[in-house]
Design a protein around this ligand. Structure first.
Ligand code: NAD
Length: 421
């Protein structure tokens, strides 16, 4: 049988597995299997050439028992409601695991942002916000940037929402420029959070990160920061790195600045002059201590999980390990740290941005990192604690299952207290 790759089906399968292990109440399970609300919007947008084009978009509020919805907005030609639903479910577990007072949500607009100029992008972004109206808000649902959306787009959206309600409302959206209520530390927060998780994971298996060898799949936003921070904070060596064009391998360690320069000059990591070229498949299977998938989903599957050789897999990307592969890694004794723990630094700093906007008092970068470390380390300990609790009762569960149980249990308890079941 082929593996299930529909993201929403995967999200449901993961929830079902956790529900069974933890003995989740049937009604709570039924509520949590589907989103609370799916909004479909139709957005007429004035284009530069004077015509009006109509775009379709979505906003899915998966669950708001623990607080207002939280989740990014994606602009993509292949956007579809199943992906947005899955991502909104994962946001629900992510905010719950981090124990920050949010639920989960996600939005998307079907468009090709590369074909739109700034005038059209601004009209589309403002149109999307007008179409959502009061379905978003600092106490309702708080969007953020995601695939092909950025701080400028968040700025237009915040401005449009403020116009709509008649007062300045920076807390409606996060990922804004610093000048209008953004937070320090937002850019590298995902990778920074991931590195705090790596530090804690290494401790649990007595891995000395200073002498460790690291492989990174993907050299975009997340992968680049991960490379820089991992080598700076841990002292380990990155021996393999890839992008969509292929990878490079150097057992002596890859020089970050030279790699950055080669990538800028040639557009690909294989422009790096030392080491040897490897395929994307080979990169994942190199002999090292830590593998950081930081590219796209479904990279470690039932087909290659058995050939992964590292002690730790740190899922910085969303969904890089399929549920079948997760089981294989667990049986092999590889410590696979799940995406919704590892990359939760982004939403944690988004939470800080919202707190700062509401309080009107802004923190230093040092404050942000310190508080991020506290929250994400607490989440890591919650996951390991849940694993130990099950182990004490003779049941071995993976970190992903443990993370699910922590997260789902918190949402279920919130729903129970609210009287939803
Ligand atoms: P990005 O587009 O900046 O970078 C993606 C990188 O992956 C590029 O270097 C691309 O060449 C590479 N890539 C694509 N296909 C590949 C393949 N088959 N093999 C090897 N490399 C490949 O994206 P990003 O913002 O860095 O996001 C990467 C992942 O991290 C995504 O799953 C994203 O959802 C997740 N993430 C990112 C953030 C963030 O703040 N940037 C936050 C949370 C989660």
């Amino acid at each position: 049988m082929s593996e299930e790759l529909n993201p929403f089906k995967i999200a449901q399968e993961e929830l079902d597995a956790a529900a069974e292990t933890m003995g989740l109440d049937k009604t709570a399970h039924a509520i949590l299997r589907e989103p609370k609300r799916i909004l479909t919007v139709n957005i007429p947008v004035k284009m530069q050439d004077g015509t009006t084009k109509v775009f379709n978009g979505f906003r899915v509020l998966y669950n708001d028992a623990r607080g207002p919805g939280k989740g990014g907005i994606r602009y993509h030609p292949l956007e579809n409601v199943d992906t947005v639903k899955a991502l909104s479910a994962w946001m629900t577990w992510k905010t719950s695991l981090a124990n920050i007072p949010f639920g989960g949500a996600k939005g998307g607009v079907i468009c090709d942002p590369k074909t739109l100029n700034d005038f059209e992008l601004e009209n589309l972004s403002r149109g999307y916000i007008r179409a959502l109206g009061r379905a978003i808000g600092p106490k309702v649902d708080i969007p953020a940037p995601d695939v092909y959306t950025n701080p400028q787009i968040m700025a237009w959206m915040m401005d449009e929402y403020s116009e709509l309600v008649g007062y300045d409302e920076p807390g409606v959206i996060t990922g804004k420029p610093l000048e209008i209520g953004g937070s320090e530390g937002r850019f590298d927060s995902t990778a920074m959070g991931g590195m705090y998780v790596l530090r804690e994971a290494a401790k649990t298996i007595n891995l000395d990160l200073k002498n460790s060898k690291i492989i990174i799949q993907g050299f975009g936003n997340a992968g680049m920061f991960a490379f820089e921070i991992a080598t700076r904070l841990s002292g380990g060596k990155v021996i393999g790195v890839s992008d969509s064009e292929g990878g490079i391998y150097d057992p002596d360690g890859i020089d970050y600045n030279k790699l950055l320069e080669a990538k800028k000059r040639t557009g690909k990591v294989q422009g790096y002059e030392k080491g040897q070229k490897v395929t994307n498949e080979q990169l994942l299977e190199l002999d090292a201590d830590v593998l950081i998938p930081a590219a796209i989903e479904n990279q470690i599957t039932a087909a290659n999980a058995d050939r992964i050789k590292t002690k730790i897999v740190l899922e910085l990307a969303n969904g890089p390990v399929t549920p079948d592969a997760d089981k294989i890694l667990f049986e092999k004794g590889i410590l696979d740290m799940p995406d919704f723990l590892v990359n939760s630094g982004g939403v944690i700093v988004s939470y800080f941005e919202w707190v700062q906007d509401i309080g009107g008092y802004y923190w230093t970068q040092e404050d942000v990192y310190k508080r991020l470390d506290t929250i994400i380390t607490r989440s890591f300990n919650d996951v390991i604690g849940m694993q130990k609790q099950y182990a004490a009762n003779g049941k071995k569960i993976s970190p992903r299952t443990a993370a699910y149980i922590v997260a789902v249990d918190r949402v279920a308890r919130a729903m129970k207290f609210r009287g939803w079941y």
